[in-house]
Design a protein around this ligand. Structure first.
Ligand code: S3P
Length: 662
């Protein structure tokens, strides 16, 4: 697609958690002895690869948007295949973990990962006693063995290799020591310490001893490597970024910009779980060329492509030494960075062991960036296009899913693309709700309706997954993806995360009317998908549920998982049947109840009419519909709606529908 230059870039502050730190927290949480909660996690193809691998071994990950609860591995599965997709961090860090777990695991990955060097982790792990084979059809295969601590001097500057050895050290007999001549990111050391490992990182030598990690609640700062693209935008347009990780081993690009004359202010500097973060304000500024030495290049290894593009905005030659490692990243980034810069009319070359960029203060554009599926090259190209004179053509836009699926939306280039799959959805209110939310928040949303039938659901879903960022499912497809009821799907590249936001929507609607169901008798009418999910949620909040419905086998099935009652006097009555009649509830029961809820919202139902007649507290289906849409919005964008925005959306929606219902 062609990305045009943009004089007035609209940047939406949709924070994105740090990928490196999220990998570490997912792993530590899965290895701990108790539950962990990770907030503001990076949810991308890479980190989901780590979560899925840890799940294959035996951990359980529950996603609520960017909050992830991890139940650790109790007994590891003995023989697993771990698909690391594009993620070298997953493959290398888990090589260390799996070597220590005494299990068999076959590691596989995509075409790009299959070309990347793995000997760098295999060799030290073998020295520790790991039994690793390298058959041609996979990345490598690990077989059970016992580990012993080693002292290892790092031959390459690699945080992934260091981390693999440290993770293996948690399971090894005796002490494991790693020394680095060139420091690399220290997130593993910090995370291990925070999760309770016996680790010491003083005087440039890292020592770890056999330890059992403990579950923790941790916050992930926003990703400095993603923020780097916005720092470049900020030099031209000005920008503010919140809660960005500024760990000293990661912030080299920031320090280089400041040293080159960029006007950058850091505010609200804080630290959580040992990781530093701050708000960053960038003012429009002119910069001088960069000179990056070996240490600086290692500390901004993932930022080199955007740093080179930024260097083109200075007048003169910028020099990056010690960048050999770039040749073995997701692409050969020495070549792909030069090719990208050339497409912008910038002279760049690799000469005398250094990457050199001759800046002329402008990016021309008008050409095509050679095809690549390297996320960092594509993200740098997008930023370059916005800052250029003529824009640029970029081939693969989907690969941003590897680290920051919302990248296009952060820059307001592409809208969020969401949609609903159902059978009879012409009258759906969802497009209307998301239009209101778009107007209130200023975030662009395209919401489409996709009709499917039982025969073509799989096909429609696959198509939707390939072109949408978020999918809602309605009748009769809520139980098609999982045994549990699913009404919301987040699509992250080839991966999906399944959610039920209907059930919480009911409890949130009750809570907003100050109704507490703890210890109370409730009558639930209906036992379909939405009712079942709500019943489970209400029981988890201490309610005693009586169910009345047509199909007895469904209640029988539900009784296997939930304790149900058979009462006749109720504090509240909740109806989930998609029709308007009263045969399951007596007028007396309505008279004796405190509140009545009806999920059906197309007309005012007989149940609601009767409840209103007796001046009962009434909660209609619109409350549930709106609450699930608010949750979906938050899951898909990562942005919390304020109470005020929710109130405003509800008022607009109700006023638009006032006359259509009653
Ligand atoms: C990473 C370390 C770096 C970096 C990669 C993430 C990590 O790789 O380039 O994107 O999370 O440990 P190397 O360890 O190969 O330098």
């Amino acid at each position: 697609m062609y990305v045009n230059p943009n004089k007035k870039i609209k940047f939406i502050d949709l924070p994105y958690g740090d990928k490196s730190i999220t990998h570490r927290y997912f792993i530590c949480a899965a290895l701990a002895s108790s539950k962990s909660v990770i907030t503001n996690a990076n949810i991308s193809m890479d980190t989901l690869a780590t979560a899925d691998c840890m799940t294959a071994i035996g951990a359980k990950f529950v996603f609520e948007g960017r909050k992830v609860t991890v139940a650790p591995i109790v007994k590891p599965n003995k023989n697993v295949t771990l698909n690391c997709f594009n993620s070298a961090t997953t493959a290398r860090l888990l090589a260390g973990v799996v070597s220590g777990l005494n299990i068999s695991a076959t590691f596989i990955g995509d075409e790009s990962l299959s070309k990347r060097p793995m000997e760098r982790v295999i060799n030290p792990l073998r020295l520790m006693g790991a039994n690793i084979e390298k058959p041609p059809d996979c990345l490598f295969k690990i077989l059970p063995s016992k580990l012993t601590g080693i002292s290892y001097a790092m031959p390459v500057a690699s945080a992934q290799v260091k981390s693999a050895i440290l993770f293996a050290g948690l399971f090894a007999q005796g002490e494991t020591t790693v020394t680095e001549s060139i420091p690399t990111r220290d997130h593993t050391e910090i995370a291990l310490k925070h999760f309770g490992a016996l680790i010491d990182n003083s005087g440039g030598i890292i020592k770890v001893n056999k330890s059992r990690l403990k579950g923790r609640s941790v916050f992930v700062p926003n990703d400095f490597s993603t923020a780097a693209y916005f720092l470049a935008v900020g030099l031209k347009k000005g920008i503010k970024l919140k809660k960005v990780g500024v760990n000293p081993t990661r912030r080299a690009f920031l320090d280089m910009l400041i040293a080159s004359g960029a006007k950058i202010l850091l505010k609200n500097e804080k630290e959580k779980n040992g990781e530093k973060f701050a708000d960053i304000k960038v003012l429009r500024s002119d910069i001088k060329p960069f000179k990056s030495n070996i240490e600086q290049s290692a500390a901004m290894i993932d930022e080199i492509p955007i740093a080179c593009l930024t260097a083109a905005l200075a007048e003169g030659e910028s020099v990056f030494t010690g960048v050999e490692e770039l040749a073995v990243k997701e692409s050969d980034r020495i070549k792909s960075t030069i090719a990208m810069l050339n497409a912008f009319g910038v002279t760049a070359k690799y000469e005398d062991n250094a990457l050199r960029v001759i800046g002329k203060k402008i990016l021309e554009g008008g050409k095509t960036v050679p095809a690549t599926s390297d996320h960092r090259i594509v993200m740098a190209s997008i930023v370059g296009a916005l800052l250029s004179q003529k824009g640029i053509k970029i081939s693969d836009s989907g690969c941003v899913n590897v680290s920051c699926p919302n990248f296009w939306q952060l820059l307001s280039i592409n809208p969020f693309k969401w949609g609903l799959i159902g059978n009879d959805i012409k009258q759906s209110k969802s497009p209307q709700i998301y239009k209101i939310l778009s107007e209130i928040t200023g975030i662009n949303i395209n919401y489409s309706l996709l009709t499917a039938n039982e025969d073509n659901f799989d096909e429609v879903f696959l198509k939707a997954k390939n072109c949408l960022d978020g999918i809602n499912l309605t009748m009769p497809f809520k139980q098609c993806l999982n045994e549990e009821e699913v009404n919301t799907v987040a699509c992250i590249g080839l991966k999906t995360i399944l959610y039920n936001t209907d059930a919480t929507a009911v409890t949130v609607a009750l809570k907003s009317k100050k109704i507490s169901v703890k210890g109370k008798n409730l009558l639930v009418v209906g036992c379909g998908g939405a009712a079942t999910a709500a019943i489970k949620k209400l029981i988890s909040q201490g309610a005693k549920i009586t169910v009345r419905n047509r199909t007895k086998s469904k209640t029988k099935e539900l009784k296997k998982h939930c304790k149900l009652y058979n009462d006749t006097k109720f504090f509240g009555i909740l109806s989930f049947i998609p029709i308007d009649y009263l045969s399951y509830v007596s007028k007396n029961e309505i008279l004796n109840a405190d509140f009545v809820f009806d999920a059906y919202y197309f007309t005012q139902t007989a149940l609601i009419r009767e409840a209103k007649l007796h001046k009962k507290l009434v909660i209609d289906g619109f409350s549930m519909l709106l609450n699930q849409a608010f949750s979906n919005f938050e899951i898909w964008t990562g942005k919390k709606l304020t109470a005020n925005q929710k109130r405003k959306a509800e008022a607009i929606f109700r006023s638009q529908n006032e006359n259509t219902r009653y």
